[in-house]
Design a binder for this molecule. Structure first.
Ligand code: GAL
Length: 326
């Protein structure tokens, strides 16, 4: 009899904790770029360890679908909504709907530019751009630069570009740096990068000394069409520490990547999301952006190249030596 009672009490306890578990909506963008599955896995893992439950929706890169799915999540009884916006401007509609429903919103990795976002958590995007351009400028202070950036619909692209310009704007003005091409893609698409660089190489005789590619997918695209001996001579930047990028870095084809460890971002976002869900305060600083101000947590990105990848990426377990070498 006693054991039945204990069992019933236990079951009741589990049932009530499930019923009371914070419900966290996670609205992704797409899985085209390698990192995002890891973001989702680590975020979910942390929320669960804190006693919460995650409901995920993925619009696969379609911004209008993202708005629909965001509203669907808001209607499903969530306590907080975490968004990786596909299109920064369009995602404002989701934040407005959340505000009307009194549900806090966490803007994950990419900023949704409205003051109604409860928290923005990301690596410092302007710094990412600065690190890329500084790396290139240190190696090639004067020469032909090709710029390949992601879509303007992702606010990070704007931040990356601002950071790059902080570093090379005056050399562009003085003529030391000659921008031979400035590609702003419609998507973070390797294929689009391949097409742009291929078209450029076949229509022009001038060759780049530097390619500032805003992320690894774009660098990988450029490398598909650049002759190997040219790639080995020039500086090519990237971002995300993707497996292919690390292989290319070790092979002397890509020069560097900006490493943004995913675990600290995903875990801190999960901790903050749980606090927002419980209406508790989140430790953040104020970030001014244009004419808005948001609560932000900004993490510090790391430059990785051939000289330090073992002490950073491999040491952290982001990629193993066998993943890089095989
Ligand atoms: C950016 C993100 C980068 C990269 C890119 C493509 O917003 O900060 O790490 O992954 O999107 O998904």
């Amino acid at each position: 009899m006693r054991s039945v009672k204990v069992f019933l009490m236990g079951a009741l306890l589990i049932a009530s904790s499930v019923a009371w578990a914070q419900k966290v909506g996670l609205l992704m963008d797409s899985y085209v770029i390698e990192r995002w599955r890891t973001d989702q896995t680590l975020f979910t893992e942390k929320i669960q360890s804190l006693g919460g439950k995650v409901l995920v929706e993925v619009p696969h890169g379609n911004p209008d679908e993202q708005v629909k799915l965001g509203k669907k999540l808001l209607a499903s009884g969530i306590d907080v909504l975490v968004i990786v916006p596909t299109d920064a401007q369009k995602a404002i509609a989701i934040v407005e709907a959340a505000k009307a429903a009194n549900i806090p919103v966490l803007s994950y990795d990419r900023l949704i530019p409205t003051k109604d976002v409860s928290l923005y958590i990301s690596y410092d995007g302007t710094k990412v751009g600065r690190l890329q351009a500084q790396y290139a400028k240190d190696k090639v202070p004067a020469g032909n630069y090709m710029l390949i950036n992601g879509p303007k619909s992702d606010n990070n692209s704007i931040m990356f570009r601002n950071g790059q310009m902080d570093v090379i704007q005056s050399e562009i003005k003085s003529g030391k740096i000659n921008v031979i091409a400035d590609f702003i893609l419609d998507d973070w698409s390797e294929l689009e990068a391949i097409m742009k660089v291929e078209e450029f190489l076949s229509n022009n005789s001038v060759r780049p000394d530097v390619i500032i590619a805003a992320n690894d997918a774009l660098a990988t695209g450029a490398l598909q069409v650049l002759p190997r001996d040219l790639a080995a001579k020039i500086v090519i930047t990237g971002q995300d520490a993707e497996r292919m990028a690390l292989r290319n870095i070790v092979a002397g084809q890509q020069s560097m990547t900006v490493y943004k460890p995913i675990k600290p971002l995903a875990y801190q976002a999960a901790e903050a999301a749980m606090k927002l869900a419980k209406k508790q305060p989140v430790g953040a600083t104020k970030m001014k952006y244009g004419d808005i101000e948001v609560n932000a947590i900004l993490l510090d990105p790391i430059v990785v190249d051939k000289t330090n990848y073992k002490d950073t990426i491999v040491k952290d377990g982001h990629l193993s030596m066998s993943e890089i070498n095989n």
